[in-house]
Design a protein around this ligand. Structure first.
Ligand code: FE2
Length: 378
């Protein structure tokens, strides 16, 4: 395996203090056609737990939201309650997809002011909401496409989710599947736009480039793309940004852009400590994964060396392995979970490695191309 270009990580002794301290991902909000049934899917297939809801019952007139949670991962699923809403327009343009990546901060007003000062486009001026459980300050800026970053300050709040939401307690609660936290969130941007968005994350949000790949790293006979991984100061937030590159046929990023109607979130990588058990459970519960050919496993031991997992289990489930200087990682990708071939999930287990599975790109893209071929979009 060739070496990867890893830029130095920003550490605490960096002279500039972090102007945008982020504690972690607060939640992801998806605009979907049917929030209740999508919540049901995430509960039954992925093992998310019901947490909160807001809608007509809580005084909303335009939308209904269900919040599901698994360990540190929170998803908000929102649908419009009548025609002519901005949510409906978003759905018409993009289909079901991620509208907001909400970041957990200690000071949402400062996060807004500091990013606006550095050239952000406003989405939401700081607004304080409250209920019996305390106050939350929320603000937001725009990022690629119609996607936004919200800043959520909840240090003075002890409620179930956010003011305006009530606990959601359906009778049926499926068991968890071992998903723990969001490892990274990947955005697809348009032709020649990657560096624009890299500059946005650097200049406006104070992120640094952790890793970069070009089309020499990531290409097959047909597909090519370029990617840079942006990370915040403490490394808790990692946003790889993909741009299509010219290949013989249509790049998977280009296919995404066509179907999503522009840039947007391509995949959400969620971490587990027991990938074999997690993937087996997800598969039993109906989650469909991309499969690599059996030949992938023939030279795997030679490529990644000694690993803790049984090769037979990995082969059976189609779990991929990659090694870097610091350790190894195991990963697998779902098929797109929406009608349009856009958003999908990655399940990842890190065993020391902090990279993103570059050694798997070729096998993976060939698997994606087989799917594109079936869709007739290659
Ligand atoms: Fe990924």
């Amino acid at each position: 395996m060739d070496t990867m270009e890893i830029m130095p990580e920003v550490t605490a002794d960096k002279t500039n203090t972090d102007f945008l301290p982020i504690n972690g991902t607060d939640y992801l909000e998806l605009f979907v056609g049917n929030a209740l049934q999508t919540a049901h899917y995430f509960q039954n297939a992925f093992g998310f737990q019901p947490l909160a809801m807001a809608g007509l019952e809580t005084g909303l007139t335009d939308r209904e939201s269900y919040v599901v949670v698994q360990d540190k991962i929170r998803l908000v699923l929102t649908s419009p309650l009548h025609g002519g809403t901005s949510i409906g327009a978003h759905l018409d343009r993009h289909g079901d997809g991620v509208q907001a990546i909400a970041l957990w901060v200690d000071d949402a007003t400062s996060a807004y002011q500091e990013t606006m000062k550095r050239g952000a486009q406003s989405f939401l001026e700081p607004v304080t909401t409250q209920d019996d459980a305390g106050t939350v300050v929320k603000s937001g800026i725009r990022t690629y496409g119609d996607t936004v970053h919200l800043f959520i300050e909840r240090k003075n709040y002890s409620g179930v989710f956010l003011p305006g939401f009530v606990a959601w307690k359906p009778l049926h609660v499926p068991t968890v599947t071992g998903l723990k936290y969001i490892d990274h969130i990947v955005g697809n941007v348009g032709w020649n736009e990657m560096n624009k968005w890299v500059k946005f994350y650097e200049n406006v949000m104070g992120f640094t480039t952790l890793v970069s790949f070009d089309d020499n790293d990531i290409s097959t006979d047909y597909t090519a793309l370029m990617s840079k991984v942006m990370s915040n100061g403490n490394g808790r937030i990692k946003f790889p940004i993909n741009e299509p590159a010219k290949g013989k046929r249509k790049s998977q990023v280009e296919e995404y852009l066509d179907f999503y109607g522009g840039p947007g979130v391509q995949h959400i990588a969620v971490a587990t400590d027991h990938i074999v058990e997690t993937v087996r459970t997800l598969r039993d519960r109906g989650v469909e994964f991309l499969q690599v050919p059996a030949s992938y496993y023939e030279d795997l031991s030679a490529r990644v060396g000694e690993i803790d997992e049984e090769m037979a289990n990995l082969r059976e489930l189609g779990i991929l392995v990659d090694r870097d200087d610091e350790g190894y990682l195991l990963q697998i990708f779902t098929k797109p979970i929406m009608p349009r071939p856009t958003l999908f999930f990655e399940i990842i287990q890190r065993k020391g490695a902090r990279s993103f599975g570059k050694g798997n790109f070729k096998a993976l893209f060939e698997a994606i191309e087989r799917e594109q071929m079936l869709r007739g979009t290659l």
